[in-house]
Design a protein. Sequence first.
Length: 253
Amino acid sequence: MAKRKIIEIDRDKCNGCGLCTTACLEGALELDEENKAVLVKEIYCDGLGACLDVCPTDALKVVERESSEYDARATYSHVLKTRGKDAARSVHGAPAAAKRSTPHFPAGCPGSMAREIPQEPRQTAGKKGSIRSELTQWPIQLHLISPFAPYFQNADLLIAADCTAFSMGGFHQDFLKGKKLVIACPKLDDTEGYVEKLAELFKRNDIKSLTVVILTVPCCSGLYHLVEEAAALSGIHLQPKKVVIGIDGKITA
């Protein structure tokens, strides 16, 4: 055995919410008979910590200690057996052939850790340079965000279809400025669990306003319906504002 990074669980802090078990794409975590998170097998944990951000009690941390090496093939077989083919394709280091069979697969990595983005001073008028981004937090993809991330508290929330920012040149100034962002695609994403995650986000944070931006293409309307369903499930009185833009970038509704 060699030293490597691996997850460590503080059982006293664990409240049994189970969020880490679904956040871990490698299926390395489960709840035991005492409703506490445990490692299924050390070889299933890649040590990247994609589960850390969803834990509401800070019961999880990545440590460096002696452990069996992460085994991508064994992990792929484990997830294939327990969660099915689509989930197995998302395993970190899954066989290349399995990854090629799907156009979209998320992977647990440090890049999914929640963080706020400090804002640079605005460029003075007429000064050459890049246009300032209005993005103030990371991650933004619905699969990766945590409903417990502190920056969602009291936020004006923008939920946007993936393609909207590319269709409208003024997306940052017209929609994103002053808001926290979540993006999703109702056509290409595996949307299982989206309604429940959004409902948890609405329920746990005092969201001040909710705006949903979609395109005129038919599949995009599914995102607004997901948000409506989540708002109803949360039990919070939160009326989403819908904005529809064309692929030419013009607002149509």
